[in-house]
Design a protein around this ligand. Structure first.
Ligand SMILES: CC(C)(COP(=O)(O)OP(=O)(O)OC[C@H]1O[C@@H](n2cnc3c(N)ncnc32)[C@H](O)[C@@H]1OP(=O)(O)O)[C@@H](O)C(=O)NCCC(=O)NCCS
Length: 161
């Protein structure tokens, strides 16, 4: 698998079908053993081609495209929030997420944002720590009658004071 040619570019409406498919399969594979099947289904319902097109109005998305034209990763920036960060399982751990994140942070810096914030699952924390985020709190969420914890994390881009 040659990832040298991985291109990070803005997501287009034509990518939405592939991106939604990739998010669903990544959620099932990454979260299937942690959350109940019902909760994973609920997470998948959040991402449909229609909802992604709607989200594109207020969220800037970038995708990672590999040599054969497949889209294997996505990341989003809404204001100063990092959103919707997924890399297809077989491409994880190879630097694709880092490339997507670096594009997002460079854009945030160009826009003069002081910090980036996110709500991440507990097992996303080590990766976000590798990107320089610190946990600043946690939030209990409820979906489909099930409670689950998300970590509130942030990364200062411009030092205060
Ligand atoms: C989170 C995710 C998008 C990261 O993408 P990726 O392509 O696997 O990430 P990379 O290989 O580029 O690694 C990024 C950094 O995280 C670090 N990292 C990766 N896995 C890690 C782990 N389990 N523990 C600690 N650090 C880790 C890497 O060392 C790398 O740091 P570096 O660039 O300083 O060397 C991907 O793993 C994923 O889709 N996971 C499932 C969905 C998910 O949980 N999304 C987050 C929502 S909370």
């Amino acid at each position: 698998m040659n990832l040298k040619t991985t291109e990070i570019r803005r997501m287009a409406e034509d990518d939405v079908g592939q991106v939604v498919h990739m998010i669903h399969s990544t959620m099932r594979e990454a979260w299937g053993n942690v959350y109940s099947p019902d909760l994973v289904k609920q997470f998948c319902f959040k991402y449909t081609p229609e909802s992604m097109i709607e989200r594109m109005r207020e969220i800037d998305y970038w995708v990672a495209e590999v040599g054969d034209g497949s889209v294997v990763g996505v990341i989003g920036l809404k204001g100063n929030q990092l959103r919707t960060f997924f890399v297809e399982l077989q491409y994880q751990g190879k630097g694709v997420g880092r490339k997507l994140y670096d594009m997002l942070e460079a854009t945030a810096s160009e826009r003069g944002l002081e910090k980036l914030v996110l709500e991440g699952s507990p097992w996303g924390q080590p990766i976000y720590k590798a990107f320089g985020f610190k946990q600043v709190g946690s939030r209990v969420k409820r979906r489909s009658g099930v409670n689950y914890d998300d970590a509130l994390m942030e990364k200062q881009l411009i030092e205060r004071g």
